[in-house]
Ligand binder design. Sequence first.
Ligand SMILES: O=P(O)(O)OC(CO)CO
Ligand SMILES: [Mg+2]
Length: 280
Amino acid sequence: MCDQWKEEFEYAVQVARAAGAVIRKAGECEIKVQTKSCAVDLVTQTDDRVEKIIIGSLKEQFGEGTHCFIGEESVSKGKPCVFTDKPTWIIDPVDGTTNFVHGFPFVAVSIAFAVNKKLEFGVVYSCIEDKMYKARKGHGAFCDDEQIQVSDVKDINKSIIISEHGTDRSPEKVSKIFSTMQKILRIPVHGLRGSGTAATNMCLVACGASEAFFEIGIHCWDIAAGVVIVREAGGILLDVDGGEFDLMSRRMVSANNKTIADRIIKEIEIFEVVRDDAEI
Ligand SMILES: O=P(O)(O)OC(CO)CO
Ligand SMILES: [Mg+2]
C-alpha cells in the first residue's frame, strides 16, 4: 500500500526528463509564437508537441480507459477541465512559455497525478537548469537525489517572497497585483522575486530559497505538481483568503510555514478569477 503509485511516479520522472530534452532542443531552433487568451498569453508548437508526447506516453503505459488527463494545451483547445475521482494526470508541458520564447532560462515540465481528487505525486523538471524536482505523498521531496526542505524562517522581515504578474493586463487587476507587491515590499521583506514559471517558483519554496509564493490567476496545471513538492518538503498550501487551498480555484499561497503565509495573506488584494473547472 505504501508503495502505491510508485510505478506511475517513476514513469512520470522519465517522461518529464524526455519532454525536457525535447524543449531544450526546440529552444535551439526558431520558435514560432502564437497567442491564446490575449496578446501576452503565448503558445508555441513545442507546447502542443510536448503535451502530445507526454499524454501519448502515459496512455501507452497505463491505458487510456482508466486514467484521465488534464493538459494545459488540450484545455485551451476546448477540452473540458473536469476533475473527477478517477486517477488523473495534470500536465503543463511547458511552464514558462514566455521564458521559453525569450530564452529566459527557467522553463519547466510539470506532471502531477491525483486519485479521488487528492494529489499523490508531482514531478517538476526545470529543463534548462537540468534539475528534477519530485515528491510522492508520504515519501519526502527531492531535487535530483537530494532531499529538500522548506526554510525555517518565521520572521517575514527575513524572507524572500515570490509572486508573478500573470497575463491579465486589465487596469483593475494590474493595480491590485502591484498594490499587493508594494505592501509586501514595504513590510519590509528582503526581496520580491519571480522566475516566470509557477512550477519552478513552488520548487524554490520547497528547497528553502524562498519563504513563499502566492498568485491569483494561475491554473491547476501550473501548480499541481508543485503542491505535492511543497507539502512533502514541509510547507503548506492555503487559499489567498487564508481558507483551505482548492486546486481548481486559481488562487494559491504556498509557504514554508503558517506564520509567513498568514502575514502575506494580510496584504493580498483579492480579485475575481474564473475557476478552472467552471462550466463555460
Ligand atoms: O507558461 P505557462 O504554462 O502559460 O504558465 C505561466 C502561468 O500561467 C507560468 O507559470
Ligand atoms: Mg504553466
